[in-house]
Every structure is written in C-alpha cells, then in structure tokens.
Design a protein around this ligand. Structure first.
Ligand SMILES: [Zn+2]
Ligand SMILES: [Zn+2]
Length: 168
C-alpha cells in the first residue's frame, strides 16, 4: 500500500464489552510480541502482542470512565476496562510520546505485522515459537539475543529437572 493511503487510514478498537472505543490514525510505529513477566501475569497469557502509536494519532471515542489505570512499575502504567477487564493500554516513561495498545483489542488490519520478540529470554517453556522474527531480551529486554541466550530459560529448566532427579 502506498504511504499516502496508509496515512489516510483510521482504525477502531476497544474492550470486549465495547464501552471503551478508541480510534487510531495509521501508521502505527511498531508491533512486537512481549514475553516479560508483567505482561504474562497481568494478562494471563504466555505472551502479549502490542503495537505502538504516536499519542497524537490516538483518540478515545468512548468509555473514559470505564478505564482503570494502575502503576505496573515505577515507570509504567497499564489500563483495562473496569467492566469486562480487557487489557488495553500501556504507557511508559521510556516512551513519553507513545501509547502502546494490545493487538487483540482491535480486529482491524493495522498494516503492520509483528516485527520482533522482546524479553524473549523470559519466554515460557510450554509454547513453541518457531518464527524467523528477531529475538530480543537481556537486561533491558530489547537487546538482540544470541542463539545461546534464546534458549537460556529452557537450559535452566532442564538443569533444574536434572538436579531434582539426582536427589531422588
Ligand atoms: Zn469493557
Ligand atoms: Zn511486556
């Protein structure tokens, strides 16, 4: 699609009970799979797919009073619907100009497929991922991992299993 037609495209999304509705002017800035422990635990999912939008391109259409924000860390806040609990938004001090939005909160084509995995070295061991996307992790979650580091959690799990067997 030509850039000019992307620039004209708007999409909508929102929560499951539809009280909260948002509108976005495309293009999005990025789309990524996150494996961090906060995303996994708070959203009850082995990974969470997010896309980032310039705040100027985001517009809340309805449901302002249905949104609950909470501080998920010293530098980040997350929002969900107080009625249906759908996780929707993330804002972090590291991205002051962006709002991050859960990919599953819209059925629209955002014209950007997921590009990378972040915090990949925290990934769960019960979901197999065999795509060709770049795997990032490390201290900040965003450093490109080596093949060895990608499998680090699996190694730790194998090592635990081995040491348990030895005790028996
Ligand atoms: Zn809702
Ligand atoms: Zn995350």
């Amino acid at each position: 699609m030509e850039q000019s037609s992307i620039d004209n495209k708007k999409i909508t999304g929102g929560c499951y009970c539809q009280r909260i509705q948002y509108e976005i002017q495309l293009p999005v800035k990025w789309c990524a799979h996150c494996h961090c422990s906060q995303c996994r635990h708070i959203q009850g999912s082995p990974l969470v797919t997010w896309f980032g939008v310039d705040k100027n391109n985001f517009n809340l259409i309805s449901g302002k009073t249905a949104i609950a924000w909470f501080e998920s860390s010293k530098s980040a806040r997350r929002a969900h619907c107080i009625h249906c609990a759908t996780p929707l938004f993330f804002e972090g001090d590291n991205w002051p100009d962006e709002i991050h939005i859960t990919r599953e909160s819209t059925q629209a084509d955002i014209l950007q497929k997921p590009q990378i995995h972040v915090f990949y070295d925290r990934h769960v061991n019960y979901l197999e991922i065999q795509d060709n996307l770049a795997k990032h992790g490390g201290f900040d979650g965003f450093t490109l991992l080596t093949t060895e580091q990608k499998n680090i959690q699996q190694h730790q799990i194998n090592a635990q299993a081995t040491s348990t067997q030895r005790k028996e």
